[in-house]
Design a protein around this ligand. Structure first.
Ligand code: AMO
Length: 435
């Protein structure tokens, strides 16, 4: 047990009444009534009341009432029942340690009623994160990541970690961050795509990674980040992409269920969670286009759906009772080079959508080297840059597939959060590199 804290605020029970406890945290509020002062101390789990009595403990009283808000203290004292205090008890300080004195004024209030704008909040993220409703998002996120590990391990997947400094753009696109790598140039990985595929040839044929994506996307939108996280899965010996979609469905179900169990954090956020029914509806790309066309929204065949078109499709699917749905059988032209073709025009690629927002995309992959090279050629990619990736296909590569599932996008939909920046501790966007 730490000498600076014996109990968190909510862990104090009736049996502690009458004994000495040590609590620690940030001073949220001080109400000095002259002879008595009420100090609200906040920790990770809630708040508690420290009651200073001037006559009994004059030195401690003076020290406490003169501390600026958000200073950090540890207090040892008698814990006693108090009907008026928030948690039904108070601590009468016998010893206090001032661990850090906060500057004032604060750049951002923790419990102020006024809503600061998102930029001010993010500029002062270390204080913003002290707010219970902001912390609750990350407590739920942590629980949900726990569910990812539990579920994928129970489905016999091994966790892996692939390089983030790479020599070739992993998605074939141009939205890469270039970094100096001694005498050469390197890139920050856009995804683990090339590495998780190469692993399929090793015998480690069911893998997952909680991965970082670095993408130099131009867009500064409410659902794009330049550094984001995802659950990446890859599995071999599959017959079709349907097997991959089933894993993704199980994953979403378990993450959603686990989030629903976080009652404390959900009550702080005033949210309730309804676990979506599985299996999710499958809509082919062609069906999606015809549903859109019925609403006078014409999409050119072969093009990926725009944000507006995705949103309208989300609305249509919602009217049919489906918040979640897969869009399947995408045109080959709308999917990356590694996607397995289905005939000449179609692919075995899919997206998982929630209310018109793409949460994941995946596919069965091409595992035949010649076909892979043909696709790269057709897309104008420089094959020589992919030599080390292609080598992995020459000496025994089983059929395989997988997906990438954006964690911040998932959190947005789970908690109905408007801006993706709220779902990551320290967001990176076009203009934000600090803090
Ligand atoms: P894709 O590029 O579709 O596929 O990315 C997979 C998922 O990652 C999330 N995502 C993002 N979230 C926030 N900001 C971004 N800039 C961003 N980019 C992507 C989305 C998206 O659905 N290699 C493939 C996956 C695979 O086939 O295995 C890939 O990266 O939720």
């Amino acid at each position: 047990m730490s000498l600076l804290r014996s109990h968190y605020s909510i862990d104090v029970l009736n049996e502690q009444f009458g004994s000495s406890i040590t609590v620690a945290g940030w001073i949220e509020d001080i109400r000095n009534l002259g002879s008595i002062a009420f100090i609200i101390l906040r920790d990770r789990k809630g708040t508690l009341q420290v009651t200073g009595l001037k006559k009994e403990q004059p030195e401690i009283f003076e020290k406490l009432v003169n501390l600026p808000r958000e200073s950090v203290i540890s207090v040892t004292g008698l814990c006693q029942e108090s009907r008026k205090a928030r948690n039904g008890y108070e601590v009468l300080p016998e010893k206090i340690s001032v661990l850090s004195v906060a500057d004032s004024p604060l750049p951002l209030g923790v419990v102020d009623k006024v809503d600061a704008d998102l930029d001010t909040r993010l500029d002062n993220r270390f204080i913003d994160l002290r707010k219970p409703e902001v912390q609750a998002i990350f407590q739920i996120r942590s629980a949900v990541i726990g569910a990812v590990h539990e579920t994928l391990r129970s489905l016999d997947f091994d966790e892996v970690h692939t390089p983030k400094l790479i020599g070739t753009s992993s998605e074939g696109g141009t939205d890469v961050f270039k970094v100096g790598y001694f005498e050469k140039n390197a890139f920050l990985a856009q995804s683990p795509q090339l590495y998780k595929q190469m692993l399929m040839s090793t015998g480690l044929d069911r893998v997952y990674e909680i991965a970082w994506y670095f993408r130099a996307e131009e867009h500064n939108t409410r659902r794009h980040l330049n550094e984001s996280t995802a659950v990446d899965v890859e599995m071999a010996f599959i017959e079709n992409e349907g097997e991959v979609m089933q894993v993704l469905e199980k994953l979403v179900d378990s993450m959603w269920t686990k989030a629903g169990e976080q009652t404390m954090a959900l009550s702080v956020l005033d949210k309730s969670i309804n676990v979506p029914k599985t299996p999710f509806r499958r809509v082919t790309y062609d069906e999606a286009l015809s549903l859109l066309s019925d609403r006078d929204c014409e999409v050119e065949w072969g093009e990926d759906l725009s944000t507006e078109e995705e949103r309208l499709l989300g609305k249509i699917m919602g009217e049919q009772g489906h918040d979640f749905y897969f869009i399947t059988r995408y045109p080959l032209s709308a999917k990356p080079f590694y996607t397995m073709p289905e005939g000449d025009k179609y692919s075995r690629g899919f997206d998982l959508e929630c209310k018109g927002v793409e949460l994941a995309s995946g596919s069965q992959r091409i595992h035949q080297m010649d076909l892979l090279k043909d696709r790269m050629d057709a897309l104008g990619l420089e094959i020589s840059a992919f030599e080390s990736y292609l080598k992995g296909f020459r000496f025994g590569m089983p059929p395989h597939g997988g997906f990438g599932f954006g964690i911040e996008r998932f959190m947005m939909e789970l908690l109905d959060i408007h801006n993706i920046r709220e779902c990551i501790l320290f967001p990176r966007d076009r203009t934000r590199l600090y803090p």
